[in-house]
Design a protein around this ligand. Structure first.
Ligand SMILES: Cc1ncc(COP(=O)(O)O)c(C=O)c1O
Length: 393
């Protein structure tokens, strides 16, 4: 007996659900890539992406996943033997750092406080101690998708400014752009990395680097530049050059539609929608974790991301809940990854998601915990209902 048949919902933290309008935009015949509609779409995407990143800097679109944009950020600005500081918080900064290691960049990891955001005092102290200015860049994520922690990008900028440190600030917004406030120019970010498949509601396979004037200067002397990622080549006149090869035209059409939809909703409204859905999710998790062996992965409420919430539980229980939700209730929710493999559930509230979707996801989790006799504080779904009722009048 299953109740899963019907319209299924995907509540994993990327790739996320896509609007039908975006899927339909993909369904188009190929067109000339040397101008015309494809070039118009690329220009529109560049312009709209700059609004979403809040930058007047340069924008590059890669036919690659987020790992590609990570590599683009590093190879375009650094040389073999350069040193960078990696601000650990969850999983993804570490993996970005490993990418840097593989390129011959020396990495120093500022170890995380488990379950917490990056410690700004520790960042300031380490930068102050680097009087020789060995660090050429700082690598950080705004939101980590494995733990649901959110970091204070503005705070790291202040640490650089207070210590007079010239390192570039590179920020991975793959799990936050289009979900949470981000202000590249206002916060003094030098390279922003993002992907299409989460807040931007587009299929996986496109990623972006947005680049400040300072990073562009570093690019002039960078020793790791390769043809494919090269910003200079991509600054070329012809549309073909913007992608260093055939533009992924259908993906660009899809991205264009998604950006139009985000801007039509209004970025402030998009961010507010995510904040309320995240608040409702946290209200549910707070109730569930009041009893039993479950807890938030991020201990400080102010450091919990508005794009994904991670709940920790004894090994094995998360899989039982997630399998039950998928097989019996028709909703697929995120599994633990990295160190939290088989120990967490990651509830996405990211991208093309509304209150009805989120309440359904939360009610499904609670149904699973009840059916499987997993101890929890009852009434989490009701807490989410009350949260939304109080915030949307
Ligand atoms: C914060 C963050 N950074 C980087 C990545 C890697 O992106 P991709 O899997 O598209 O290469 C992910 C993927 O989930 C992510 O969540």
């Amino acid at each position: 007996m299953t109740l899963a048949n019907g319209h299924r919902h995907l509540a994993i933290p990327g790739p996320t659900n896509m609007p039908d309008e975006v899927l339909n935009a993909l369904h188009q015949a190929s067109v000339d890539i040397y101008g015309g509609r494809s070039e118009i779409a690329s220009r529109a995407c560049m312009k709209d992406l700059k609004k979403v990143f809040r930058t007047k800097g340069a924008m590059y679109i890669y036919a690659a996943n987020g790992h590609g944009a990570w590599e683009a950020a590093l190879t375009n600005t650094l040389s073999k033997g350069d040193k960078v500081q990696v601000l650990e918080s969850g999983l993804f900064p570490i993996v970005w750092g490993e990418n840097a290691d593989s390129l011959g960049i020396e990495t120093e990891v500022l170890a995380e406080r488990p379950g917490r955001a990056v410690d700004l005092d520790a960042v300031t102290a380490r930068l102050a101690a680097d009087s020789a200015h060995e660090f050429k860049a700082i690598l950080m994520v705004q939101a980590d998708t494995a733990t649901g922690v959110v970091n204070d990008v503005k705070g790291v900028r202040s640490a650089l400014d207070e210590t007079g440190h010239p390192a570039m600030l590179m920020v991975d917004t793959i799990a936050s752009l289009g979900c949470m406030e981000f202000d590249m120019d206002g916060w003094g970010v030098d390279v922003t990395v993002a992907g299409a498949q989460k807040g931007l509601m587009t299929p996986p396979g496109l990623s972006f680097t947005a680049v400040s004037a300072k990073a562009k200067r570093a690019h002039k002397t960078a020793g790791l530049v390769t043809n494919y990622w090269d910003w200079t080549f991509r600054d070329g006149k012809e549309h073909y050059m913007w992608y260093a090869g055939t533009p992924p035209v259908q993906m660009v059409f899809a991205l264009r539609k998604a950006l139009e939809m985000l801007l039509a909703e209004g970025l402030d409204n998009v961010i507010h929608r995510h904040a309320v859905l995240a608040g409702a999710t946290r209200a549910a998790v707070t109730t569930w974790t009041s009893k039993g062996d479950t807890r938030f992965a991020v201990s400080e409420p102010a450091e919990r991301s508005n794009s994904v919430t991670c709940m920790l539980m004894p090994r094995g229980e998360s899989s039982r809940i997630l399998d039950y939700c998928e097989n019996n209730l028709g909703v697929t929710i995120g599994r633990g990854i990295g160190r939290l493999d088989d120990r967490a559930i990651r509830i996405a509230h990211m991208g093309h998601v509304n209150a009805y979707n989120q309440l359904g996801t939360l009610a499904a989790i609670e149904t699973a915990m009840a059916a499987l006799d997993i101890e929890h504080g009852p009434g989490g779904a009701q807490s989410a209902i009350e949260y939304i009722a109080n915030h949307v009048k």
